[in-house]
Design a protein around this ligand. Structure first.
Ligand code: ZN
Length: 801
């Protein structure tokens, strides 16, 4: 009988308990009939019936333990659930609301009026900072005369009390020559290229992931091998269990998944998408044959599930999930969490996984992905823009991951395939028509709450969920890549750049993570947030993707992205993997308080577990880039690796041992480009990170940088201060080629201060944030350390003192 009580206790699933806002539905009977009684550790925030009483804003989130007592036939077992009750939203008073600005470029002979959609959210400046607030206008769109001039529309905030807000709409003739605010906001008028707008397409391209092999003894290489071993052991039929069951197919004796993927959890299926991506990235990063076969098996099985769904009555073709369409219907009726849990978030994992599989060479993945894309487009085009905004603004239920990114990538892929693609639907969805349709569907996921404050250039991230929004910004970047016209591309690219700037300059811990309790908090508060629930790991995974994407845009390569990627890979990501066994384990939060302890999610199947399966195989993303315009190759990641890309004319080896990250050797077997450029890390320049204030180094490297070319010390090595790169023309003045480059950067200990507490800093050595190994919760304030007195630190790297 104890077994039954235990099994009923194990089967209780309450959903995401890390950010609870709404009452919980606590079951009173178990699956096999056990009685379940509930007890809360703190009735003030969450009582034993599941009712939630949120703390007022400013008092912080509260942790409560819910204990389930499960009784069956005289046997009793208990199970604890850790719950975080989220504080109430901000109720500070508004001081001002920045205007909403829109710029419409029209043809000189236009006669029909210009339609401009007004945003349903915007930034407000309050007495304690800025936040995003709902906006209300006389009409959802402004209709403006088609003549040059300015129109002002007045609305108000949806706060209590309301505050007035204005929309300033400027209509300008084409080729007016004005360069400010390169945006065209006239609805449906964005099909023409316009010389008023800068080209925003990527200027750099990554060499393929498959061209890079990290050394097996390096931290990245070891972590890849550990993950590879785990992925080889994954039971694919188990990943397919809920899909096959929902589509009425045989589950082939597989066991159901656990945690967020368990059969009664509304997020089930998301890990299957992450594993698709992990397999696809792993195939490229390691070339492993077994993983390639597993990838094909998973793709084929999901295609079969998609076909089975299409045969079911009432199911629209293309649908694919580990449940039926009801969660999507409920979301459209604005049913809140916990009755709806982010169905588009889960669908995004599947769609992204299928696109990753396609890019890794899985031939049958693209038709399945296109089916999902068509299903989404069909579904969302029936809704008004205002209704979609309400859906995406519904916390947790409306979270959609990076649906905009996946659909924009799909648009790019089918657009490139022209009319000669696979013939699964008579080519209706290949070429220009298909690309346009998927791009339109991607833009259905525009989210005013995120996008408008970015366009107003106000940091209103406080209180917004970090990892809900970072993937949407990666989507802005994909939209900038896929957009057919410069105007649209510029809106999205500038929003993505603005977001990056806000997060990295004001919301970043020393290890490269962001957020506390999953949320962005007040800008420039870091020391005040140090706790156990900081730096959610999936948020850093997505910041890495965003940095790699942004790096490829812009007229010159900006050094901040390579600096961030090194920081996050060497610190947060390297610390996030459970190294004790090939168990797939990743951290959820990374504790930043003194004496904090890491824990790893092994079978909870959380968001961070899913991204943790992928992230190590992405490490080579943009490690080496090619600039075709200037015929240059950029080495951006200084790690020990072989680089072999025959199509790019590159064969070389880089040695940069983890223990001596400042000592780099590059051996070149082949480099077809005219110039090799090597990143100089921020710590070698003695700069602060992040550093946005110009990249003016007076063109000089630190004098103790030593560069040797083909065994001869070079005294006048070329350094590009705008990109932080050493520049090597491949042909030497004597006509010989470069075969070997040795670089030794200066390295030392340095303090990285927090913006909000002069006494709190991290200690770094080169790229590494040092951690004290101990249980003391006490920190030594910097100001108590006597000035000009050497302060002795002992530290150990891999047992070397
Ligand atoms: Zn996460």
């Amino acid at each position: 009988m104890t077994d039954i009580a235990q099994s009923d206790a194990d089967a209780i699933t309450l959903g995401n308990l890390a950010t609870v806002e709404f009452d919980l539905d606590l079951p009173s009977t178990g699956r096999h009939g056990s009685r379940i009684a509930w007890q809360s550790s703190d009735d003030r925030w969450l009582d034993s019936s599941g009712r939630v009483h949120r703390p007022v804003f400013g008092r912080g989130d509260r942790k409560v333990t819910l204990t389930a007592t499960v009784t069956n036939g005289g046997d009793t077992v208990t199970r604890d659930f850790a719950v975080t009750v989220v504080q109430q939203p901000y109720t500070a008073s508004i001081r001002s609301v920045p205007p909403v600005t829109r710029r419409c470029i029209i043809a000189a002979d236009r006669v029909e009026p210009v339609h401009v959609r007004l945003p349903s959210w915007g930034a407000a400046i309050t007495d304690i900072g800025a936040i995003a607030v709902p906006l209300t206008w006389p009409d959802a769109e402004a209709v403006v005369r088609p003549a040059p001039g300015r129109t002002i529309v007045t609305g108000h905030t949806g706060t209590e009390p309301p505050f007035p807000v204005t929309a300033v709409i400027d209509v300008e003739p084409e080729h007016s020559g004005s360069a400010e605010g390169p945006v065209n906001d006239a609805m449906g008028d964005n099909d023409n290229d316009n010389d008023d707008f800068p080209a925003v397409k990527p200027t750099l391209r990554n060499i393929p992931l498959a061209a890079i092999r990290f050394d097996s003894h390096s931290t990245i290489g070891r972590n890849q091998l550990l993950r590879l071993e785990y992925l080889r052991s994954v039971d694919d039929d188990r990943l397919l269990y809920a899909f096959r069951q929902a589509a009425g197919l045989d589950t082939r004796g597989a066991r159901p998944m656990t945690g967020w993927d368990s059969p009664d959890c509304l997020l089930r299926g998301h890990t299957t998408g992450h594993v698709l991506s992990a397999y696809a990235l792993c195939v490229q990063a390691t070339g492993d044959d077994k993983i390639r076969r597993k990838l094909d098996y998973l793709v084929d099985a999901l295609a079969e599930v998609q076909r089975a769904f299409a045969r079911r009555p009432g199911c629209r073709p293309g649908f694919l999930s580990a449940y039926d369409e009801r969660q999507f219907d409920d979301l459209e009726r604005l049913v809140p969490y916990p009755d709806v849990w982010a169905p588009y978030y889960t669908l995004h994992k599947l769609l992204a996984g299928l696109i990753d599989a396609h890019e890794a060479g899985a031939a049958r993945a693209l038709p399945v992905a296109k089916g999902i894309g068509r299903w989404v487009a069909d579904r969302l085009e029936r809704l008004t823009p205002e209704h979609r905004q309400r859906m995406w603004g519904t916390y947790i239920a409306g979270e959609f991951g990076g649906m905009n990114e996946a659909l924009a990538r799909l648009a790019t892929i089918v657009g490139e395939r022209g009319g000669s693609g696979d013939n699964d639907d008579g080519n209706r969805h290949d070429g220009h028509y298909g690309a346009k349709r998927f791009l339109t569907a991607a833009r259905y996921f525009d989210n005013d709450r995120l996008l408008e404050p970015l366009r107003q250039r106000v940091d209103a991230l406080d209180g917004m969920h970090a990892n809900q929004h970072i993937p949407q910004v990666i989507g802005h970047l994909a939209l900038a890549d896929a957009a057919a016209d410069r105007q649209t591309a510029a809106i999205y690219l500038q929003a993505a750049q603005r977001f990056w700037h806000e997060v990295v300059s004001s919301h970043l811990y020393a290890v490269g993570g962001t957020g506390q309790g999953e949320m962005f908090r007040t800008p420039n508060v870091i020391a005040g947030l140090l706790a156990d629930d900081t730096a959610e790991t999936c948020a850093t995974y997505n910041l890495l993707k965003l940095a790699a994407g942004l790096r490829r845009h812009g007229t010159t390569l900006s050094p901040e992205y390579g600096d961030y990627i090194e920081l996050a890979l060497c610190n947060h990501i390297a610390a996030s993997i459970d190294r004790t066994a090939p168990n797939g384990g990743s951290t959820y939060f990374l504790p930043t308080r003194p004496a904090g302890r890491k824990s790893f999610d092994i079978d909870g199947n959380t968001c961070c577990h899913g991204t943790g399966l992928e992230v190590h195989f992405r490490a080579g993303d943009g490690a080496v880039l090619v600039d075709d315009r200037s015929d240059a190759v950029h080495i951006q990641l200084l790690e020990s690796m072989n680089v072999d890309s025959p199509d790019d004319g590159i064969a070389m080896r880089i040695d940069a041992p983890d223990e001596t990250p400042n000592v780099i050797h590059i051996h070149i077997d082949r480099l077809a480009a005219a110039t090799l450029r090597v990143r100089v890390p921020w710590w070698a320049l003695g700069r602060a990170f992040p550093d946005f204030d110009g990249h003016d180094d007076n063109g000089r490297l630190p004098t103790d940088t030593i560069v040797t070319v083909n065994g001869r010390q070079s005294d006048d090595v070329d350094y590009d201060a705008s990109t932080h790169e050493l520049v090597f023309p491949m042909k030497r003045p004597d006509g010989a080629s470069i075969t070997d480059i040795d670089i030794r950067f200066p390295i030392g200990l340095r303090l990285v201060r927090t913006p909000d507490d002069a006494d709190m800093a991290s200690i770094m050595w080169g790229p590494y944030v040092l951690a004290e190994h101990g249980d003391s919760p006490r920190l030594e304030p910097i100001s108590r350390i006597p000035a000009d007195t050497p302060y002795r630190l002992y530290f150990r790297i891999d047992d070397a003192e």
